[in-house]
Design a protein around this ligand. Sequence first.
Ligand code: GLN
Length: 544
Amino acid sequence: METMKYIFVTGGVISGLGKGITASSIGRLLKSRGLEVTAIKIDPYLNIDAGTMNPFEHGEVYVLDDGGEVDLDLGNYERFLDISLGSDHNITTGKVYRTVIEKERSGEYLGKTVQIIPHITNEIKRRIMTVAEASGADVCIVELGGTVGDIESMPFLEAVRQMNTEMGRGQNCIFVHTTLVPMLGTVGEQKTKPTQHSVKELRSIGIQPDVIVARACEPLEYSIKRKISLFCDVPLEAVVSAPDAKSIYEVPIVLEEQGLTDYILKRLSIDAQKKDLSAWREYLDRILYPSNTVRVAIVGKYTHLADSYLSHLEAFHHAGAELGTKIECRFFDSEKVEKDGISQELACCNAILIPGGFGSRGIEGKIMTARLARERGIPYLGVCLGFQIATIEIARDVLGMKGAHTTELDPNTPYPVVDLLPEQREVKDMGGSMRLGSQRVLVKQGSKAAALYGTTEIGERHRHRYEVNPDFIEKLESAGWEFTGRSEDGVKMEIGELEGHPYFVACQFHPEFKSRPKKPSPLHLGLIKAALEYKQAREDRHVL
Ligand code: GLN
């Protein structure tokens, strides 16, 4: 296709409407018609990237192949579209202003007054178009973070408004506006006023939406669709309802059934024939109708916000679909475990995950949990910090190294089994300064990891500063903690597997970031397989 087509997805009324899921679902639908689709996420905050942001507030920091630390929505795009994106697919106010200010300092604006319009808006347009064109895709979905009306998003909305005008108004760009249609009382009336107001807001900045996707508890009533169509000046067929779904993987089907894909293709004059959602439907069925259930304990620090571990939850979905198993994730606050000890509920789970993390809060609770898994034969997966925790636990309890620790949390430990990477010693900046992104890992033939990956050379994404201290490798391995994955130079330990345990596996990298529907993270899949066996064995012995 000659001209790139753009779909701008905005949000109104409130944040957290699932705009990202709507946008990724549209992408998936276009892909099902044989189109190449890419995606850009705009975050109107001043941070350069999400690397320094607290998962408590924003959910997990998602890591890309190139080491970009980005908003978790990029994860949705990668999973829904089965593509790998680069960090330039996440545009933030910070990145845009930094470029403009650097240009100004180097005199590139030739003495002109540098302003939001046109300098900031031009930089936004340049970034969007460069990334979209470099991707080689036919369609680029651009999701604008935040809610229409926020001061922060103004320059971005103005920039995409200009893009639409410059590209032949409505021919190559369309605007999809996601809103909320609340219902008063449980059987009350669906209310369109908030949608009307947010469309008015959008129009006041010169943008007329082409499609309205209305989130609601229930499907929109016909009369409500008509009302939105009339008041917001959008054709009836372009008012789409997005009721609460049982699974996010259901959303593309719900949108397709209302004719959204056909409408978008018509509006953008794209000729696409292929229509194949059968694989997606079959996948959804596997998620919705499982034949078994396992309970996985996630023990961490950010347990009150499920989004902090979003990619793990998704990886478990992928593994569960593969095995026809529903995975119930239970969150346990490691600080509570540390204070109150291991609860019955935790001890009764069929598998344990200790995900990545930073800081000392609840660390002893995590070590206690790893010990529980090791001693009782409960399947365990440790990721990043969870790998370091397993190493510390084994050093302390199997090798008798009292006070063994990571120097991140105890600089004076007598046994620094986890220590700084040599190249990290001098680093002072917090942003983008860890060992980041995809790195090759060599996996030992005959190991569990090699069997699960089906190969001995893998590439996985990283985000850490500390690693297993080479001085302790021999000792740790003599205790049965075998390092079956190592970096290419052989210096960094990447995977640990405990001898004699059904599944006590941990890794320095983050396998959750590359997990996709139908291509689940091998180590999460291994954990769930082991959990099923563990559960079965206990049931056979009549233990719950
Ligand atoms: N805090 C640890 C490190 O920097 C682990 C990081 C993580 O779990 N992502 O090495």
